[in-house]
Design a protein around this ligand. Sequence first.
Ligand code: ZN
Length: 160
Amino acid sequence: MQVEKNRVVRFHYTLTGEDGLEIESTRNGDPIAALYGKSRLITGLRNALEGKGEGDTFQVTVPPEDAYGERIEGLVRRVPKKHVRDGAKMRPGMIAVIGTQSGPRQATVLKAGMSVLDVDFNHPFAGRTLNFDVEIVEVREADEEEIAHGHVHGKGGHEH
Ligand code: ZN
C-alpha cells in the first residue's frame, strides 16, 4: 500500500543539518504517525513521502523554503519576563512561551537580563537545509473517525 491522502503512515526518521550532525531521530523510540494530507508535515517531507510504500527507505534534502522558511531579521524582540511563562527560569537556548496579543507564541531565548529576555521568534530550524533519512514502517487506510478528527488514533497517535 502506498502513501496517499487519508492513509496513515508510520515512519522513522533521522534529521541532520547541513553539517551532517544529527538534530533529532525517532529511531531510539517509536516511529511517528501521520494522517497523510491532514497532519502537519513540512512540504519537502510530505512530497517525498507521497507514493512510497511500507518498508521503503529514502533520503531527502529539504531546502528552507520547503521546510521552516528563511530566517526573518527583525523577529528578535525584548520582552518583560513577566510576560513569559516561567520567565525567571529562562536561559539562553531555551524555548520560551510568551503571551502576545494574538495568544501564546514560542520563541528561542537569546539573552536573559534582570527583568527582560531577548528572544527570537524565528522557528529554530528557519533558514536551515534539513536532511531526512526515512524508513516507512506501516501504511494503512485511516478509519472514518481518524479522517473526521484529522489525526491518527492508536500507536503513535492520539489516545482518547
Ligand atoms: Zn481523535
